[in-house]
Structure formats: C-alpha cells, structure tokens
Design a binder for this molecule. Structure first.
Ligand SMILES: [Zn+2]
Length: 277
C-alpha cells in the first residue's frame, strides 16, 4: 500500500479526460488520479452529469419522445469554471478543451468561448453531437471557422444516436469535413465499434487533417487505424475518470505490440504536436 503509483518508463499524454467522474477514489484529486495511472499530461473538459441521469428511464412504457428529447437537451452552455481553475493552476499538466454547443449558442456564448481560448489558453473545442442534438449539415460551420481562425482542433464525440433521434451516418461527417481541409479534426472513440471504424476508413484515408482518438475502442480496431491511417494519426485517450480507468485504455494499445517509436507517437507526441505544446 506504500506506493500504488504506476511508474511508466515513457510519458503518457491523455487526450481525453474529464475533470471528474465515478472512477476517482473518495477524496482523490484529478492529479492524484493521473499519478496513480502514470499519466503525465491530460486534456480535460467538463462533464454533464444531470443530463446523463435524466437519460436513464425508470419505465419502458410509451413516452412522447419529442417532448422527452426537448426536455433533455441543454438550454445553455455547460459550465467550465472548475476546468478553467484546474488548467490555470496546473499549466504544465492540464490543458482545456471547451465543450461547446453551437446549436443553442448566442453571441455572448461565442464571446465566452473566445475568452477561454485566448485568455485561459484552452487548446481546443469539444462537441457532443448526440447529447447536444447537433445537425452536421448546419450546426458546425461557424465552429469550424472559429477553430481554423484560432488554429485549434475540433474534437468530435462518436456514438450511436439515442432512441429518440435519427440514426447517425458516417457520411454526414464526410459531407461536413470535405469543406474544411484546414480544420484539425479529432474523431473521438474512433473504433468504438468495428463497423464504425470501417466506415471511417472508407471516408477519411486521404484526409491529412483528421485524427483518431482511441478511448472506448476495440483493440483490433485501433490496430487497423494505425495500419491504415498511419501511426501519426492515432491519439491515445481514455475518457476517464468519467467512463473508465486509464489502465484499461492504455492496455489496449500496449497489447498491440507496437514498436517503442510508434507507442511514443500514440501515447504522447501526436497530441502534443497537434495542440502545440
Ligand atoms: Zn468524454
């Protein structure tokens, strides 16, 4: 019990963490959590807990899905005070991504977003298209131009849409991204199913500006992404402490028996280069 800190010979830069989550031990700080899993640096964002709770229906009776959905969707931007304070206090280890909902954004929300990028030095923007009900054919354009202007990446959460939404197609992502060659774009949870990963291969092999983040992925899918998209396009992330612990996500990459050079790219160098650390 004297020392439960995992020592890692190489550095790990986790490209997808939240400031809090179920997998923190009681009274454990985020930095202590990172030390426990040998993580040197991390990109952190906020966490929308109340929406997640409201998603868990206590009944299987019929409901008015449209009403339910409207009730669920956020009416205002998510709070980033704690993320901002953590990032400002730990500028060598923590880097902020601002979770922005462009569908409901008013002009003052855009001003606040800009302040987080320019003044608090946040390194990117995250979107969550299912929880925030974004329409890729129109909701992301201004945000894409914003990210290009400030030379920061846009993170896209991948997933299957909810039961009350239209199904998501990877082609929508392609139709959006083909207009933004200068946009640095991170596709999160890139191999969360084999089918999705194969769809990404079909559309994005010739896109030099698209990166693939590994949290919650199938290990074999990560292997294929490295092989087909190239080791400089794949970025380790864990989605901890919200969704899991980092050791599980680290092991998925370790289990692939990559060369030390390629591991270094995926665990550290690709993301630090992308956000220019
Ligand atoms: Zn996440």
């Amino acid at each position: 019990m004297e020392n439960n800190t995992q020592s890692n010979s190489e550095n790990i830069f986790d490209a997808h963490m939240h400031y809090t989550g179920k997998f923190l031990k009681k009274n454990e700080t985020l930095l202590e959590f990172m030390d426990r899993f040998g993580i040197d640096k991390a990109i952190i964002t906020t966490l929308k807990v109340s929406a997640n709770q409201r998603l868990l229906l206590q009944t299987n009776e019929e409901i008015d899905e449209q009403k339910y959905a409207e009730n669920l969707y956020a009416k205002e931007q998510y709070n980033h005070d704690i993320v901002r304070d953590l990032v400002l206090k730990n500028p060598d280890r923590l880097f902020g991504f601002y979770w922005f909902n462009p569908r409901i954004a008013n002009e003052s929300d855009w001003v606040i977003l800009e302040k987080y990028i320019t003044e608090y030095k946040f390194k990117g923007v995250k979107t969550q298209t299912s929880l925030d009900n974004l329409d890729l054919s129109k909701d992301l354009d201004r945000l894409a131009k914003f990210c290009i202007k400030f030379e920061i990446p846009l993170y896209f959460h991948s997933g299957v849409n909810f039961f009350f939404q239209e199904p998501f197609r990877t082609k929508y992502l392609f139709d959006f991204l083909k207009n933004y060659e200068e946009l640095k774009f991170i596709i999160g949870h890139a191999a969360f199913t084999m089918e999705y990963m194969i769809s990404l291969l079909r559309y994005f092999q010739t896109f030099p500006n698209v990166y693939f983040e590994t949290s919650l992925s199938v290990p074999y899918g990560i292997n294929v992404l490295i092989k087909m998209m190239g080791p400089n396009k794949v970025i380790y992330g864990s989605d901890s402490p919200a969704a899991t612990t980092p050791d599980i996500e680290i092991q998925k990459i370790k289990s692939l028996n990559l060369t030390p050079e390629i591991e270094k790219l995926i665990f550290y160098e690709n993301i630090s280069k992308l956000i220019r650390i």
